[in-house]
Each structure stands twice: as structure tokens, then as C-alpha cells.
Design a protein around this ligand. Structure first.
Ligand code: GLY
Length: 588
């Protein structure tokens, strides 16, 4: 609360229990339940299940399968994900907080140094990029353990959509046009990845409104409805996956598929301005980074460090807030690069990274008026925009919630498709440390994250649920955008507290910093560009009038992440799908 009061921008807000009228990004409020996905059809699929009496997990599973059809470049049954489940007073399970990890795993045929011998892009496109898909196992585990409906019921919407087809929206058309340009630049791809070229990109002719039909995926979903995960891992779909991978030098085997098991993990719990934030543990890096940034925020109160509080005028707050945020993100990403990996394979010092001494150390290290030398971030010397991920948030009428983020990594994943069943296979191998250089997102990572058979690559996916001081759900959030997931999610959570409005929280311009490269990215509108420098919008701060004078190297960027947020308000659940990807929520 001190944070809110010091920022001086919250006269009304969720912590005060007040309802504020929505701003330019108006987000609807539903009295009983809500789903916010990054596609309207997927939100509607989840809401259909909630209307039929399903719980938040049933709705999440239905939403995920629908996304597999309508967002084939972001997620799907050829990929993996994380589902954070918060059940309240469940008739079968009581109160439950569980993190279901169905992140893809490294195939048995690939070792720590395998990629050194392959082409430079082998971890990004083609058969060698494919990790063992986890989504179907994870979704079936979630449904069978925590759901209430049967497979037929939750898969019905997705089967219907795949069978009848759907119209590409503006985001689909944009992503398809961008990838089609890469196909034109690499004409051999047209015969190498024919399903993606012909069926998903419509040979470069996709426009908003074009109809995409995936009856083959409808067939795969029917088999999953009939036989469960076995149809995928030990049945005809598995056979087709192994064949598709092998046709493009892939090494994925039947044995790899049979060995895949989702894991249940304890969520990270961190203090959240008087309440609790449940968020993603390793192999996600997102929860630790978000908890570190929030821990620093509660010490330094962004933009209002004790050193500055006497001096700061409202004119300075905008600059100082973003400077502190960027500095906290840089420390968190430096720790990510050094310490994180799959906890089943490498020791991850979560308690130390989130302990008071480390958070005090970061807060004290932040210089209120300048950046630090690059190697002063992180607790030890450290060694594309992502449309390939999708996040959705669900709240049901009991107040249970699911935050779920799924991925196939880069857009359309490895580009290798399982033609017979109409879906793309992921390229999650690029989230491992496959070389000494950065990965597709510019992330430098440690040897703890080298590929090993059965290991899960480090992720930035950060599905999160905020609870108030009485334990009731306050906000459900998460995003897509590779490492920008972390910075976008933490800013939307902070915005939600500041403004108490989901539409404003999601729509507000954002920044991103991942320590390496040492560049502060600013979304259009976050600060003012006068043609020479990124200016402090409201006036000088200790003589500094631009972010460059603080030592930040600045780069503008069209969008930073895509976040779906559901926020509790006095009159119900306010749901916002990020306008950056064009989704819309549903509810009742
Ligand atoms: N594939 C993006 C991530 O997991 O961070």
C-alpha cells in the first residue's frame, strides 16, 4: 500500500475495492466467470465449458485445444506449456495450488554439445529443433486429476473449429505474411515444409478473413478424445510424429514419446503488496525473475527510492519508475543467465535468489541516477519477437483460477508439420544453451541449461495468480513474447495495482531489459522520442533530461509481449485480452 500511496496515482483501485471506469482499452466485466485468451474463438471455447458447468481446469483444457487450432503459430499439440492451477473448495480436491509442468523435453539422441556440429539454425528450424511435445500429456493430466468433465466434452469445441475452419484474424495474417517472406527468401523451404507453406500460409496468400481448415487436426483431437494421451504418445499420432521428424533429420523416437511425463511442482509463492503471488517455478525462469523484481519494488518503491522521495516531483516519477524497473530486470536476467536450468538436472538456488539478503543486495545496488557497469548485475560472474507462445487466464464461478502459458517457441515452431494430423512441431531445442552465443531471443544462458536426454529447456513463461490478504483471487496473468514475457507480466501486475483496471493495465506502454544485450527497449508511447534522444516526458531529474543520460542504451520497439489479464472488481471479473495480438475475452 505504501507503494501505491507514494506513486500517488491510485485514488481508486482494486486494493481499495473500488470500481473505476475503463479507459481507452475498455475491458468487459463478467459477474460470474471469465476467460481471456489471445483469440476470441478460444476464449469462447472456454466460456462454453464454464457455462456448461465445468470448472476452471475443464475450461483451460478446452481453451488450450481450441488455441491449438486457431493459433497454430503460437502453441498447440506439437508444443508444451505450464498450467498454474488454483482450486478453491473443490468437491474432489479441496483447496489446491499446483503448477503442472508439461514443458517439452530433450530427445535421447541429443547431448550437451550435439548442436556444435549442426548448422547454425538447426535448433530453430527443421527436425533437429524438435523437442518431445508435452501439451497433450499435460492437458490430459490436468483434466483427469483436477477437471470434472470428460474428454469428449472439453475437446468438442476444438474439434468443431478444426473441422469447420476459422477465418484468419489480423494477427494471423501478419505472422503468416512475415513467415511467407522467409519462404520466398528460402525457396527450398516450400518443398521442405509443405504443410506450413500450403495449408497454414496458403502459399503466401493469407489475408485477414481467409478461411483456414484443419480437418486433419480434428481427426487427431478425436483420437485424443477417444483414447486419451495414449493416442498421441503410443498410437497413430506418435507414429506420424516420429516419421515427420525423421524426414527432416530429426532424432525423436517412439521411446522418447513413451518416456514423456508431465510433472507437478510447487508454485513459487511471493509476497505481493499485502497478498501473495503464485507464479512459475523452474524450469521457468519467469517466476524467480518476477519475484525478484517485486521484491526490489517493495524495498525501493519504484520511482520513489528513499534517496529521492524528498526531491521527486510528479514530473520525475515516470522516468524514475522506468529506470528502477529496467535496473531490477537487468539484475534478474543476469541471475537467470547464471543460475537457472531444469531443477531435475541442475541445482537451482531458488531460496537464495529470492531470500532477503539477495533482494536487499539488488535494491541497494541500484543507482538512482545511472546504470552500472555490465558485470555488476547478477550475483556472480555470468557466463525475434515471439509469436510462438500463447497465454490465457481463466476464473470460474467458485473463484478457482487457471493461468496457462503454452508454446511451440518460434512462430510455427520448427516448421516441420505432422501433415496427417494437421499440426506443427515445436522448436523448443533453441531454448537450451546450444552454443556459446545467444539464442533466437538474444538470451545468453549457462551450461546448466545445456541439452541432455529427458531435460527440459529453461523457459520465460510465467503464468501467475495474485491472491489478496484473505487468499481470494485478485488477478490472473501471464503472457507471450520470449524473455519479454517476464517484463510484460510484472508490469501488467504492477499496473493492475496502480490503476485497478484490466484494460488500462494491459494496454499501457511497456519497457523491457534482459541485461544482455545491454539495451533498454521502449514501446512506442512509453517515453517521448524527439528525434535525437528519448526524453524525460515531464521534466529534468537531477539535470538529466533523457534516459541516455542515465546510461541506458535505448531502442524503440513496436510491441513488448502480449498479456492476458483477469482482474477482480467489485462487480465481477474484468477480463482483458491484449490489443497487441487482437484477442478478446468471454465470460458470463
Ligand atoms: N519458448 C519461449 C519460452 O519458453 O520462454
Amino acid at each position: 500500500m505504501r507503494f501505491l500511496a507514494q506513486l500517488g496515482v491510485v485514488s481508486v483501485g482494486i486494493l481499495g475495492g473500488c470500481v473505476r471506469s475503463a479507459g481507452p482499452n475498455e475491458a468487459p466485466t463478467y459477474p460470474n466467470f471469465a476467460v481471456a485468451a489471445d483469440h476470441a474463438i478460444a476464449s469462447a471455447a472456454g466460456a462454453e465449458i464454464l457455462r456448461a458447468g465445468g470448472n476452471a481446469v475443464d475450461a483451460a483444457v478446452a481453451t488450450s485445444f481450441a488455441l491449438s487450432v486457431v493459433r497454430p503459430y503460437s502453441c498447440g499439440i506439437g508444443g508444451g506449456g505450464f498450467m498454474l492451477v488454483h482450486l478453491v473448495d473443490d468437491p474432489r480436491h479441496g483447496d489446491v495450488d499446483v503448477f503442472i509442468d508439461y514443458r517439452e523435453t530433450c530427445p535421447g539422441g541429443i547431448g550437451p554439445d550435439s548442436f556444435e556440429a549442426f548448422d547454425d539454425d538447426a535448433s530453430q528450424r527443421g527436425g533437429l529443433a524438435i523437442a518431445v511435445p508435452g501439451s497433450v500429456a499435460g492437458l490430459m493430466h490436468a483434466l483427469e486429476t483436477y477437471g470434472t468433465l470428460d474428454r469428449d466434452a472439453v475437446l468438442a469445441p476444438a474439434i468443431r473449429i478444426a473441422e469447420r475452419g476459422f477465418r484468419a484474424d489480423a494477427d494471423y495474417a501478419l505472422r503468416a505474411r512475415t513467415l511467407a517472406a522467409s519462404f520466398e527468401a528460402n525457396p527450398a523451404w516450400k518443398s521442405r515444409f509443405p504443410f506450413v507453406w500450403e495449408r497454414l500460409l496458403l502459399e503466401g496468400r493469407v489475408q485477414a478473413g481467409s478461411r483456414v481448415r484443419l480437418p486433419e487436426q480434428a481427426e487427431a483431437l478425436r483420437l485424443i478424445a477417444q483414447y486419451g494421451a495414449a493416442a498421441f504418445y503410443d498410437g497413430p499420432i506418435g507414429d506420424a510424429i516420429v516419421e515427420a521428424a525423421a524426414r527432416d533429420r530429426g532424432v525423436l523416437t517412439h521411446e522418447d514419446l513413451l518416456q514423456f511425463k508431465p510433472r507437478e511442482r510447487a508454485p513459487i509463492r511471493t509476497e505481493f503488496f499485502g497478498g501473495t503471488l503464485l507464479t512459475a517455478p523452474p524450469p521457468s525462469s519467469g517466476g524467480i525473475a518476477i519475484a525478484q523484481v517485486l521484491g526490489v519494488a517493495s524495498r525501493a518503491t519504484f520511482g520513489m527510492h528513499p534517496l529521492q522521495s524528498e526531491l521527486a516531483s510528479s514530473a520525475e516519477r515516470h522516468l524514475l519508475y522506468h529506470h528502477y524497473l529496467a535496473e531490477a530486470l537487468k539484475h534478474a536476467f543476469a541471475d537467470r543467465a547464471r543460475w537457472l536450468g531444469d531443477p531435475d538436472f541442475a541445482e537451482v538456488p531458488t531460496d537464495r535468489l529470492l531470500g532477503d539478503p539477495r533482494l536487499d543486495e539488488i535494491a541497494e545496488a541500484i543507482n538512482p541516477f545511472s546504470t552500472l557497469p555490465h558485470d555488476r548485475y547478477g550475483s556472480a560472474p555470468a557466463p525475434n519477437d515471439d509469436g510462438g507462445t500463447s497465454h490465457f487466464s481463466v476464473v470460474d464461478s467458485r473463484g478457482s483460477a487457471v493461468a496457462c502459458t503454452e508454446t511451440i517457441n518460434l512462430e510455427f515452431g520448427s516448421l516441420v508439420a505432422v501433415d496427417r494430423y494437421g499440426f506443427c512441431l515445436n522448436d523448443e531445442m533453441d531454448d537450451f544453451t546450444t552454443s556459446s552465443g545467444p539464442n533466437a531471443f538474444g538470451l545468453t544462458q549457462s551450461d546448466r541449461n545445456r541439452p541432455e536426454p529427458g531435460k527440459r529447456p529453461l523457459s520465460s513463461m510465467s503464468p501467475s495468480i495474485a491472491l489478496d490478504s484473505t487468499g481470494d483471487v485478485l488477478a490472473v496473468a501471464g503472457g507471450s513474447g520470449g524473455p519479454r514475457i517476464i517484463s510484460a507480466t510484472v508490469q501488467v501486475l504492477l499496473n493492475a495495482l496502480r490503476w485497478g483496471d484490466a484494460g488500462i493495465a494491459v494496454g499501457a506502454p511497456r519497457i523491457h531489459h534482459q541485461w544482455s544485450p545491454d539495451v533498454l527497449e521502449m514501446e512506442t508511447g512509453a517515453v517521448r522520442w524527439d528525434g535525437r534522444a528519448w526524453e524525460v516526458p515531464f521534466g529534468p531529474s537531477r539535470g538529466r533530461t533523457s534516459f541516455e543520460e542515465f546510461g541506458h542504451a535505448i531502442r524503440g520497439r513496436d510491441t513488448i509481449g502480449v498479456v492476458q489479464l483477469i482482474l477482480r472488481r467489485r462487480d465481477g471479473w474484468q477480463a482483458a485480452s491484449d490489443p497487441r495480438k487482437g484477442g478478446s475475452p468471454d465470460g458470463g
